[in-house]
Design a protein around this ligand. Structure first.
Ligand code: B16
Ligand code: MG
Length: 216
């Protein structure tokens, strides 16, 4: 019997991966590194600085910048990314999300966000669903990023349930690995890339109900 839900944001609640990609691609172009959509899959669920490090390693430029320069590059990408987020509206919620969250609220099932994004509160506000969540883990307070289970354990704690009592939702392999390592029931949200180790795979939240998941 499950008692609460823990959601990843990008790829589960909304698709911000396309904006991350545009902003990273622009920055990578500027420093002479060519990235494509296939490479972008590796950045899903990975923190901003770790994403930058992966791009630099991909272009054999890991040692070409100082820490300060890397911070400035990450900041520049984020400024562009936040510009791209300005036009987000509730229409950008992925299919079934609004209905699922309404249902959870109606049944008093607590919901938390476990996203690597420091922009999560702003994105949820733009989508008009900030009140649907009882907690948002602040990724700045974490010692390790996904696939470490820390963010998921902290999310369960924040809604006063144990990881074993939680259902976690993720679209990225790093996140799914974290959910399983935390000891939660894992729902993989399929977005075109193969996912391994999920207890259940769905295409959209329309494929499952709150009542059904609480029985798991
Ligand atoms: P920010 P999630 C992740 O969101 C994205 O998938 C990943 O591409 C991004 O680098 C990370 O957030 C950090 O985002 O730069 O906004 O802090 O999938 O964990 O919801
Ligand atoms: Mg994600």
């Amino acid at each position: 019997m499950k008692k609460g839900f823990v959601f990843d944001l990008d790829g589960v609640i909304t698709d911000t991966a396309k904006f991350h990609y545009l902003a990273w691609k622009d920055l990578a172009d500027e420093i002479g590194i060519e990235i494509d959509l296939k490479f972008n899959e590796q950045l899903k669920g990975i923190s901003r600085m770790d994403s930058l490090e992966r791009i630099l390693a991909y272009g054999n430029k890991s040692d070409a910048f100082t820490t300060e320069q890397k911070e400035a590059l990450a900041e520049k990408k984020n400024t562009h990314y936040v510009e791209l987020l300005q036009d987000l509206t509730p229409d950008d919620l992925l299919p079934g999300v609004q209905e699922f969250l309404n249902d959870a609220k109606a049944q008093n099932v607590p919901c938390a966000i476990a996203s690597a994004s420091k922009n999560a509160p702003f994105i949820l506000e733009k989508l008009g669903v900030q009140d649907a969540f009882d907690a948002i883990v602040d990724p700045a307070t974490l010692t390790k990023g996904k696939p470490d289970p820390e963010i998921f354990v902290r999310a369960a704690e924040a809604i006063n349930i144990t990881p074993a009592e939680a259902v976690g939702f993720e679209d990225a392999q790093a996140g799914l690995d974290g959910i399983k390592a935390a000891g939660m029931y894992a729902v993989g949200v399929y977005s075109g890339e193969e996912l391994h180790g999920a207890d259940l795979i769905v295409h959209h939240l329309t494929d499952i109900s709150v009542a059904e998941l609480l029985q798991k």
